[in-house]
Write a protein that binds this ligand. Structure first.
Ligand SMILES: [Zn+2]
Length: 188
């Protein structure tokens, strides 16, 4: 057997998969459908070992189900809204959109080196209007039916980051990111 040199073998076959649209799924199919989603990950900049670890299981399952004859849909996407993006952009003096989309490009490039069998034609990016217009539409429908309301509540607030923090992001009463003392603030 010839020596396995990933940098030679992988790009060759990944290019072939892409040309053949091997992992693009027929979403109109009515039979034998199987759906695998790991998560829409947060685009923080670079994939870390935890991403490789968890996404490998999804990839193994998707490949296994395809071999069993299932019409398997294995999409990927980015949950790309949030205060961390805004704070990172403030720190770097750039627009949150530029920072977020650059990270998404970088992380997708990294995923592609791993040869994951995602249906890249179905990539979901939640900060793009094509996606969030539907969230807003659903929300408006709930509002029209009286199922949602606007209220006030006390939340963990970091005066330095100017953000609300989840309980697990408060460490001994201080912000996990900057160490500032957390206060309880009434927010809408
Ligand atoms: Zn902070």
């Amino acid at each position: 057997m010839k020596k396995y040199i990933p940098s030679q073998i992988e790009p060759k076959w990944q290019k072939k998969w892409e040309e053949d649209k091997l992992y693009e799924t027929d979403l109109a199919s009515k039979k034998n459908n199987y759906y695998v989603l790991v998560e829409l990950l947060y685009p923080s900049g670079d994939l870390h070992i935890g991403h490789w670890y968890t996404f490998n299981y999804g990839d193994i399952l998707a490949r296994f189900k395809r071999l069993q004859g299932y019409n398997t849909f294995f999409p990927n996407g980015y949950d790309a809204f949030g205060l961390p993006a805004e704070n990172a952009a403030i720190q770097r003096g750039i627009h949150p959109q530029d920072w977020t989309l650059a990270n998404i490009e970088q992380m997708s490039k990294q995923f592609k080196t791993g040869g994951f069998s995602f249906d890249w034609s179905s990539l979901t990016i939640t900060c793009l209007p094509e996606y969030y217009k539907w969230n807003q539409w659903i929300f408006l429908k709930m509002y029209e039916r009286g199922l949602v309301y606007r209220g006030k509540t006390l939340s963990n607030w970091c005066p330095s980051c100017q953000t609300v923090l989840a309980n697990e992001n408060v460490e001994a009463g201080k912000c996990w990111r900057c160490g500032t003392e957390i206060v309880q603030k009434e927010v809408k």
